[in-house]
Design a protein around this ligand. Structure first.
Ligand SMILES: *[C@@H]1O[C@H](CO)[C@@H](O)[C@H](O)[C@H]1NC(C)=O
Ligand SMILES: *[C@@H]1O[C@H](CO)[C@@H](O)[C@H](O)[C@H]1NC(C)=O
Ligand SMILES: *[C@@H]1O[C@H](CO)[C@@H](O)[C@H](O)[C@H]1NC(C)=O
Ligand SMILES: *[C@@H]1O[C@H](CO)[C@@H](O)[C@H](O)[C@H]1NC(C)=O
Ligand SMILES: *[C@@H]1O[C@H](CO)[C@@H](O)[C@H](O)[C@H]1NC(C)=O
Ligand SMILES: *[C@@H]1O[C@H](CO)[C@@H](O)[C@H](O)[C@H]1NC(C)=O
Ligand SMILES: *[C@@H]1O[C@H](CO)[C@@H](O)[C@H](O)[C@H]1NC(C)=O
Ligand SMILES: *[C@@H]1O[C@H](CO)[C@@H](O)[C@H](O)[C@H]1NC(C)=O
Length: 581
């Protein structure tokens, strides 16, 4: 801060003393009285009470009078008052003058700005200036959230009912629209308004870029509850598994739209770099356009101006084809339970959709990933998991403390975020483990053994055979929130298969009694005959191929990729065999 700025701030405090001879609240209540009078006199249906906004005040503090304000007239407008005292009278005078002789201004209508019916917020600050060696005070006010100057129908011919067209969550009070709960209204936006606006924006982009799988977002109280329980920081630790996030300074539709415009006006290379840079954390407003997200929840930390929105259930950032060359049909590739409605995928029964997902596909997904790892690591005894009503009963009657206390006897437990995308969640949780060296693996297992769960590795314990899951609330620790807790039995001790590629066995060759090998997984039923695949031979072939071919570049625009390519895996496996890493 330089001397001049300090002086300005000092003077503005002086000015507050000089000018604010009237209390701020009195001054605005007189203005609101005037607004109500005009609403009734001219039958204005949408005249709102002006309420104080710290958000606008924060914008106002650094603004200097006399220099251009390019940010003005987007989501706020400004005016200058000579004093708070008599502001209602000077506003009335300005209005009467305007009614008899309307005029146009490009910058500010000054006091008349106070009569813009759809403005809902204001903030004012005292300032001062030297005029002919005399320090004179004045006030600057901002009103929001409208960028346009709108005056009501001043012809006197309006047939509308005062207070009949109030903003959401406002009610008619003698002709003036007043908020149901003042503390819930913010210049920066009400979280639940986002839903409507964002779905509107998603629809526009779906049509413009022929996006086949743009899903309409559903507000999720589950996600909101988790957001409220989380420990907030700039980078959420658990993000990018089943949810992604964005921090917002304000939530006003026009400012999100303009941030999106900025992205779409970039050249293709810049676009790609931008996406790559933020795909592990957050891509700002672009997160609103991730077509596969289905749930949203936004909230504000108490007393904070920063708002956060969470999107579920995708942890991975997916972008539609924004090359403007897509010839797909909007709404042609909807997820199960969703159907095309004017170019976006809309839930057929929204009340049945939930961030936590459905158990429906969960069992087959979990066995699919067990089979995959069994084949990759030649695990001879990886058993299929089947749902157990007995375990479900045990789980139902336990809180997290009980789960911890009773674990490791005839069952163990693991946590997942949702029933959906389970393959991605497990991969995300264990990949680093499988990719680390032998020492690091040992250290990891040892450190986890002291805890009551081996996290996602529990789901790959080959000897477990039964499972049951349910929602549980984690009360403490940095992982506060609601999770899906699964009990896995019958083993109380943890076992993980050999991940050093030393096994000479083949997948499914050592099933327990009563279990049969079906394509690498030990299952209860007698399997149907399947052709036997020789993975060693395939690996050999892949190696030859890998030696002659360039590795594939990592695709940037991925669709929910649940797997690394088989070729890559086999080459990787072979490298491990050859170099014994
Ligand atoms: C302005 O407010 C004062 C009370 O603070 C009131 O006496 C006066 O009549 C008001 N003037 C107008 C024009 O409404
Ligand atoms: C103000 O501008 C509007 C549109 O730009 C025009 O229709 C209107 O006649 C103007 N009014 C005056 C008083 O100049
Ligand atoms: C108004 O909203 C705040 C914040 O959501 C809440 O704490 C308070 O109880 C509400 N007041 C009333 C009267 O509903
Ligand atoms: C990359 O992201 C970081 C924050 O995550 C940001 O500070 C930086 O400016 C970004 N770089 C580019 C080129 O966008
Ligand atoms: C996309 O192409 C259409 C015509 O094919 C063109 O009118 C439009 O401006 C293009 N949009 C962008 C963002 O390039
Ligand atoms: C989805 O609806 C839009 C508008 O109703 C239509 O243009 C489009 O062809 C539909 N898509 C499919 C796949 O039917
Ligand atoms: C194993 O990995 C750890 C951590 O990645 C590393 O610090 C260590 O040097 C590695 N050990 C060997 C033998 O490569
Ligand atoms: C679990 O491990 C402990 C100690 O290593 C051992 O005493 C116990 O028999 C094991 N339990 C089972 C069911 O294998």
């Amino acid at each position: 801060m330089n001397l001049f700025q300090s002086l300005v701030i000092f003077l503005s405090f002086v000015a507050i003393k000089d000018v604010a001879s009237m209390d701020r609240e009195d001054f605005i209540s007189d203005i609101n009285v005037l607004r109500r009078d005009y609403a009734n006199r001219f039958k204005v249906p949408n005249m709102h009470e002006l309420i104080w906004s710290w958000g606008l005040f924060n914008i106002l503090i650094p603004l200097e009078w006399g220099v251009p304000w390019p940010e003005a007239r987007k989501t706020w407008r400004y005016l200058r008052l000579e004093s708070y005292e008599g502001a209602n009278t000077s506003t009335k005078n300005a209005a009467e003058k305007y009614f008899s002789n309307p005029y146009n201004r490009t910058d500010s209508y000054n006091e008349l700005e106070f009569l813009n019916p759809i403005q809902r917020f204001y903030a004012c600050i005292g300032r001062s200036e030297w005029i002919r060696e005399e320090l004179r005070g004045y006030c600057v006010c901002l009103v929001g959230t409208e960028g346009e100057f709108t005056i009501f129908d001043t012809s006197g011919n309006s047939k509308k009912v005062p207070g009949s067209e109030c903003h959401k969550r406002y009610k008619n009070d003698n002709g003036l629209c007043v908020p149901n709960n003042k503390t819930e209204e913010w210049y920066d936006g009400h979280p639940q308004d986002i839903l409507e606006d964002i779905n509107q924006i998603r629809k526009v982009y779906s049509e413009k870029y022929n996006v086949p799988n743009m899903h309409q977002l559903i507000w999720s109280d589950d996600l909101l509850k988790n957001l409220q329980k989380m420990i907030w920081s700039n980078r959420f630790q658990d993000a990018c598994v089943t949810w992604r996030y964005v921090h917002l300074d304000n939530y006003i539709k026009t400012s999100i739209e303009s941030e999106l415009d900025t992205f779409f006006n970039k050249i293709p290379l810049e676009k790609r770099l931008f996406i790559r840079n933020g795909s592990d954390t957050t891509l700002r407003s672009l997160e609103f356009l991730n077509p596969l997200q289905k749930f949203i929840a936004c909230g504000r930390k108490t007393n904070s101006l920063i708002m956060v929105c969470l999107f579920g259930t995708e942890g991975k950032f997916t972008m539609f084809d924004y090359s403007n060359k897509s010839s797909e049909i909007p709404g042609s590739n909807c997820h199960k339970g969703y159907r095309n409605d004017s170019g976006v995928c809309v839930a057929i029964k929204p009340e049945e959709e939930s961030y936590f997902g459905r158990q429906l596909d969960f069992m087959s997904d979990i066995n699919q990933i067990r089979r995959r790892y069994a084949k990759e690591y030649r695990v001879p005894n990886m058993h299929e998991l089947t749902w157990s009503n007995d375990l479900a009963e045990v789980l139902e009657h336990l809180h997290m403390t009980g789960v911890r206390a009773q674990a490791k006897k005839t069952w163990r437990y693991g946590a997942i975020n949702t029933y959906d995308n389970i393959i991605y969640q497990i991969e995300k949780g264990v990949t680093f483990f499988f990719e680390s060296n032998r020492t690091a693996k040992k250290i990891h297992i040892e450190s986890l053994s002291k805890k009551d769960t081996m996290d996602r590795l529990e789901f790959l314990n080959p000897l477990q055979k039964t499972i049951a899951c349910g929602r549980k609330e984690e009360e403490g620790g940095y992982r506060r929130g609601i999770y899906i807790i699964c009990l896995l039995g019958p083993e109380g001790n943890f076992t993980i298969f050999d991940t050093t590629f030393q096994w000479q066995a083949s997948a499914g060759s050592k099933c327990d009694k009563g279990y049969y090998n079906e394509d690498g997984l030990c299952i209860v039923q007698i399997p149907t005959q399947e052709p036997i695949i020789d993975y060693r031979k395939m690996a050999e072939e892949e190696k030859n191929k890998a030696l002659t071919e360039e590795p594939e570049p990592e695709p940037l625009l991925e669709n929910h990729g649940n797997g690394i390519s088989l070729g890559y895996l086999l080459a990787f496996l072979l490298a491990k065999l050859l170099f014994n890493i």
